[in-house]
Design a protein around this ligand. Structure first.
Ligand SMILES: [Zn+2]
Length: 172
């Protein structure tokens, strides 16, 4: 295990009732194998529609956690970006490297994810597979710019790239 914890995430267990909480949210410890198995089963049944479900679920989840981080850690701007990177690293999503939002005829943001838990588990693919994290990136973009944002995965480890990369753009 490399690096120390940031020690801002608090876990609570109640082994008598079977509850596990992370920063107050009931949480599951789910192996990445199981997560990817759910995604692959959804893809078998739903085809391309599965990507939309994982994307939307990720986007909605991140908006809640960003609010929490803003309120409890009093992070904003550059500090909020670093807090998010630390949070996702600590919960095992991979290493997020969030760029600055740029305005060039519309808000745009680049997010790099090294060691994506989805891509690492998924195996080889002709198309990017990190739809859940793509939703996270869109949600991060929305939280940072207060605009409606969409994200596209332009590089993915499952496609043979060194890392996953997401371009987050304002919805036109
Ligand atoms: Zn990926």
């Amino acid at each position: 295990m490399k690096g120390k914890r940031y020690n801002r995430i608090k876990e609570e267990w109640d082994i008598t009732s079977g509850d596990f909480f992370v920063i107050g949210y009931r949480t599951l410890m789910l192996s990445t194998k199981t997560f990817v198995r759910i995604q692959k089963e959804a893809e078998k049944i739903l085809g391309d529609g599965a990507a939309v479900i994982f994307y939307e679920a990720g986007k909605k989840a991140v908006l809640v956690s960003v609010k929490r981080i803003e309120e409890e850690w009093k992070s904003e701007g550059e500090e909020l970006i670093r807090s998010l990177e630390e949070f996702y690293a600590e919960v095992g999503f991979g290493k997020f490297i969030i760029g600055e939002a740029k305005v060039e005829g519309g808000e745009e943001l680049m997010i790099k994810v090294e060691n994506s838990f989805i891509a690492k588990e998924y195996g080889k693919s002709d198309v990017p597979v990190c739809h859940f994290l793509r939703g996270y990136c869109a949600g991060i973009g929305e939280a940072l710019t207060n605009q409606e944002m969409d994200a596209e995965e332009v590089k993915c480890v499952a496609c043979g790239d060194n890392h996953c990369e997401f371009v987050v753009k304002m919805v036109e």
